[in-house]
Design a protein around this ligand. Structure first.
Ligand code: NAD
Ligand code: MG
Length: 385
C-alpha cells in the first residue's frame, strides 16, 4: 500500500513553490514529489527536477519545451509543455494533493481539473477563489475534496477552527501588515516608485502579490478568499492592520471568545500545515520570542488612500462575475505598474473603471467567468492605451 502523500506543485519555481520544496525535503518519509511545473523559468525547473526527481515536469511556456526535454533526457522524468498539460498532470493517479502555487487567473483551470479528479487542494493561488469561488467550492463539495488554505491569514483562521466544527463564527479579523506605504495619504502615494512598492516590510514574495500588498488589493482578494473558504458573509469579515505580522488572523465566536493564531512570519508553516493537516510536524525554524516584540499594535486600514479594499467589498456585494472582472483588471494594472507604464494610484483607478464598465453576470457558469475575464482584460488594455 502507498504510504507517502503524492504531491504536485504547480508553480514550483516561485516564492511559495520553492518554500514548499524546502518543506518537502524536511520530511522525505511523508511525501512523494510527483509533479513540478513552471511558467517560464526553465533553468530553475530543470535544477529542481534534477534534485528532486519528480515523475513529471511541465513548462507552461511551450517554446521552452525542448530546452527542458534536452536537459532531462537521461532521467526517467516525463516532460510536457503548455496549459493543457497542467490540467492533465494534476489528474494523475499518483497525485493526492495539488499545491496551487502559480499566480493569477492561470490557476483556475488546473484547479478545476484537480478537484474534478478528486484531488485535495493546498491552495496558495487565492485568485482562483476570487475569480470563481462559488463554482470551486461547490465542485469541491460535490467531489468530497478538501481545500486547505496556504495563505497565512486563512491558515490562521483554519487553525483556530480546529475542534470548533459545531460552533458558529460570529466574525473573523484578517490581519494586514499595511505594506510599505502604511500611513501615507493620497498626496504622498502619488509619488511612490516601483522600487519602493517592491520592498515589503515583513514578507519576501513574488512580484504580483508584493504589489497587491502595497495597494491593499491583496487584503481585498483575501477577504473574498475568506468568504468562500469559510462560508461567511461580507459583514462577518473585518480587516485590521497589524504591522508586526505576528498575529496571522483571528476568529470571534458567538460567545465573544476570540482565538488567534500567531508566530513569526514564515510561509513555510502554513504551507506545511496545508500538507500535513491535522498533524503538526516538528520544524527547525526559529521560534517567536515575546521580548523581541514588546508591542503588538493594531490600526484601521485607510480605505480612502487605498481604495482597492473597498472595491473588493463592493465586488462581494454585487456577486456574480464582478470579482472575476476586478481580478482581471488588477492583473493587467499590476503588470502595467511593474513595467512602469502607470503610477501607483492608477492601479486602483483602472480597477474601478473596468469594474464599472463590464456587465455583471449573476449565477455564473464557467463560460461566464472566462468571458468576464476576457472582457475585463480587453477593457483594461484599451484604457491603458
Ligand atoms: P511567484 O511569482 O513567485 O511564482 C509564481 C509561480 O507560478 C512560478 O513558478 C511561475 O513560473 C508560475 N507561473 C506564473 N505565471 C504562470 C502561468 N501563467 N502559467 C503557469 N505558471 C505560471 O508567486 P508567489 O509569490 O509564489 O505566489 C503564488 C501564489 O501564492 C499567488 O496566488 C499568491 O497570491 C499566493 N500567495 C503567495 C504568498 C507568498 O508569500 N509568496 C503568500 C500567500 C499567498
Ligand atoms: Mg496572505
Amino acid at each position: 500500500m502507498k504510504t507517502k502523500k503524492g504531491i504536485a506543485i504547480l508553480g514550483s519555481t516561485g516564492s511559495i513553490g520553492t518554500q514548499a520544496l524546502d518543506v518537502l525535503s524536511l520530511y522525505p518519509e511523508q511525501f512523494e514529489l510527483e509533479v513540478l511545473t513552471a511558467g517560464k523559468n526553465a533553468d530553475l525547473l530543470i535544477e529542481q527536477a534534477l534534485k528532486f526527481k519528480p515523475n513529471t515536469v511541465v513548462i507552461t511556456e511551450e517554446t521552452l519545451y525542448q530546452k527542458v526535454k534536452d536537459a532531462l533526457w537521461h532521467e526517467e522524468i516525463h516532460v510536457y509543455a503548455g496549459e493543457d498539460a497542467l490540467c492533465q498532470v494534476v489528474e494523475s493517479t499518483q497525485v493526492d494533493v495539488v499545491l496551487t502555487a502559480l499566480v493569477g487567473y492561470a490557476g483556475l483551470k488546473p484547479t478545476i481539473h484537480a478537484i474534478s479528479a478528486g484531488k485535495n487542494i493546498a491552495l496558495a493561488n487565492k485568485e482562483t477563489l476570487v475569480v470563481a469561488g462559488e463554482l470551486i467550492t461547490q465542485l469541491a463539495r460535490e467531489k468530497g475534496v478538501n481545500i486547505y488554505p496556504v495563505d497565512s491569514e486563512h491558515s490562521a483562521i483554519f487553525q483556530c477552527l480546529v475542534g470548533e466544527f459545531h460552533n458558529k463564527i460570529e466574525k473573523i479579523y484578517l490581519t494586514a501588515s499595511g505594506g510599505p506605504f502604511r500611513g501615507m495619504n493620497t498626496e504622498q502615494l502619488k509619488h511612490v516608485s516601483l522600487e519602493q512598492a517592491l520592498k515589503h516590510p515583513n514578507w519576501s514574495m513574488g512580484a504580483k502579490i508584493t504589489i497587491d500588498s502595497a495597494t491593499l488589493m491583496n487584503k481585498g482578494l483575501e477577504v473574498i478568499e475568506a468568504k468562500w473558504l469559510f462560508n461567511l458573509s461580507a459583514s462577518q469579515i473585518d480587516v485590521v492592520v497589524h504591522p508586526q505580522s505576528i498575529i496571522h488572523s483571528l476568529v470571534q465566536f458567538e460567545d465573544g471568545s476570540m482565538k488567534a493564531q500567531m508566530g513569526l512570519p514564515d510561509m513555510k508553516l502554513p504551507i506545511q500545515y496545508a500538507l500535513t493537516y491535522p498533524a503538526r510536524l516538528k520544524t527547525p525554524y526559529p521560534r517567536f520570542n515575546f521580548l523581541d516584540y514588546p508591542q503588538l499594535t493594531f490600526e484601521q486600514p485607510d480605505r480612502t488612500a487605498f481604495r482597492n479594499l473597498n472595491l473588493a467589498y463592493k465586488a462581494m456585494d454585487l456577486k456574480g462575475t464582478v470579482a472575476c472582472t476586478l481580478n482581471a483588471a488588477n492583473e493587467i494594472a499590476v503588470d502595467a505598474f511593474l513595467n512602469k507604464r502607470i503610477a501607483f494610484l492608477e492601479i486602483a483607478q483602472l480597477n474601478e473603471e473596468v469594474m464599472d464598465a463590464i456587465t455583471n453576470t449573476l449565477n455564473p457558469k464557467l463560460a461566464d467567468y472566462i468571458n468576464a475575464d476576457l472582457l475585463a482584460r480587453e477593457k483594461a488594455n484599451e484604457l491603458l492605451k
